[in-house]
Write a protein that binds this ligand. Structure first.
Ligand code: HEC
Ligand code: HEC
Length: 377
């Protein structure tokens, strides 16, 4: 499947490039850009020859067609979003007492006031231990095809069960202990009852995950880019519009497209040129498929200017470096500094205001004498 995907992608990339060579670039872009455009397809002769016929008739490209505006929320077929679940999920998201030493919550690594990240390469968990992957943002994440850099959790509900029990994150010994903590506080028991009214024993680990998932499913950040997609031409500057054009014509949209500008497929890091010092094998470790070695979920680029450092290992600090490396290693293209600047300006237009009311830290239930004590060991 991946071999096929890679081939198909190569075809797409060529098609994307040709469009530029055929219509947009020679007329508007500087000469050097047109030359660069043509450099890539040459090596892939068969596909190159297929295009010219369609050229003359092709209408001007509307770059907006390659994206969709963000939805109002990211619904689930199995976990309907209700107000009561969201209210409980918000509490649980900020709840440190479901970590071994009562010092870490989801919000520690995915700080909602910081665009859902902690801006660290890797995040400190229980006793300051760090895993080997970067914390991705939780904003606009629930709509992705799967969760984690390697897609090993199907959805946000499945994902939420992981960190609480992960020994380098929240480090709880088992599900029963988590439920013991939550059941020790009558306000939590009441909130679970409200969120899952049809269940006799609603305080379960599955329901914990459902509540957190429902909360995450509303973490969307519509931006000026969405207003533009919905037809308002005045909201983007010329530089941002130029950046959008370059983003599409360079081929970024072969991977980072749709409503999230990513999140919809797995791709190899270092597709056309081996990525330097890559250790993590990514998706092949999950699927056992050698052909998926170094494949990662294509990340969403929404709010990307706020969520560095970048990549699964947090190894790239600066967004401009990231953009030019992507062009080089994923697409075999060399971008001029001014092009990189324009693309970064475009990406910044996807920074949405934070939903401050929605993410306000809630008041949490008071511990009782039944609540287990913090355990620093
Ligand atoms: C100690 C830091 C830490 C804590 C605490 C933590 N996470 Fe994460 N989170 C991470 C890291 C690191 C990853 C990426 C791991 C990977 O891909 O292998 C991640 C991945 C995710 C993702 C996947 C996003 C995507 O785009 O794929 C979601 C959603 C998420 N966490 C939500 C949560 C929730 C909800 C909690 C609390 C129940 C939580 N996290 C607690 C560090 C943390
Ligand atoms: C062949 C698919 C592909 C193409 C084309 C591609 N990317 Fe990526 N991009 C990825 C993958 C996969 C990752 C994540 C890799 C990782 O973390 O190891 C990524 C990561 C990124 C990141 C870091 C995101 C984060 O949250 O850390 C940025 C920024 C980025 N790409 C921008 C671009 C831009 C701009 C272009 C066009 C110049 C582009 N990409 C072209 C697949 C692609």
């Amino acid at each position: 499947m991946t071999r096929w995907m890679t081939v198909a992608l190569a075809g797409l990339m060529v098609a994307g490039c040709q469009k530029e060579g055929g219509e947009a670039a020679p007329a508007k872009g500087p000469a050097s850009k047109a030359a660069a455009t043509q450099a890539a397809p040459e090596s892939k002769a068969p596909a190159t020859e297929a295009a010219p016929e369609s050229k003359a008739a092709a209408p001007a490209v509307d770059y907006r067609k390659m994206f969709q505006a963000l939805p109002d929320d990211m619904p689930s077929g199995t976990n309907p979003i209700t107000e009561e679940k969201v209210a409980l999920g918000r509490m649980l998201y900020f709840e440190k007492r479901i970590s071994k030493n009562h010092d870490i919550s989801c919000n520690s690594c995915h700080d909602l006031a910081k665009y859902g990240v902690d801006n660290e390469a890797t995040s400190p968990g229980h006793k300051g231990q760090r895993g080997d992957r970067n914390s991705p943002t939780v904003y606009n994440a629930a709509g992705h095809l799967a969760q984690f850099w390697d897609g090993r959790a199907a959805d946000v509900e499945a994902q939420a069960k992981g960190p609480v029990l992960n020994p380098v994150e929240m480090a709880m010994p088992d599900e029963a202990k988590v439920l013991e903590v939550l059941s020790s506080m009558p306000e939590y028991v009441e909130a679970f009852k409200k969120a899952f009214p049809d269940e006799a024993e609603p305080v379960t680990y599955d329901n914990f995950a459902r509540a957190v998932g429902a909360f995450e499913r509303k973490l969307v950040t519509p931006s000026r880019f969405d207003q533009y997609l919905k037809g308002d031409d005045t909201v983007l500057t010329n530089l941002e519009k130029q950046g959008l054009k370059l983003y599409v014509e360079t081929g970024c949209t072969t991977c980072h497209n749709g409503a999230y500008l990513g999140g919809m497929m797995y791709q190899k890091l270092g597709l056309v040129k081996a990525w330097p010092e890559l250790k993590d094998e990514g998706r092949s470790k999950v699927t056992g498929n050698e052909a998926e070695k170094y494949f990662f979920k294509v990340p969403s680029l929404r709010n990307i200017a706020k969520t560095g450092p970048y990549l699964h290992d947090g190894s790239v600090k600066d967004l401009k470096t990231m953009v030019s490396m992507m062009a080089e290693y994923q697409l075999g293209r060399t971008l001029e500094a001014s092009d990189v600047e324009a693309i970064v300006a475009f990406l910044e237009s996807t920074t949405g205001p934070l939903p401050l009311d929605y993410i306000k830290a809630p008041e949490l239930p008071k511990s009782t004498d039944k609540t287990p004590k913090p355990d620093p060991s």
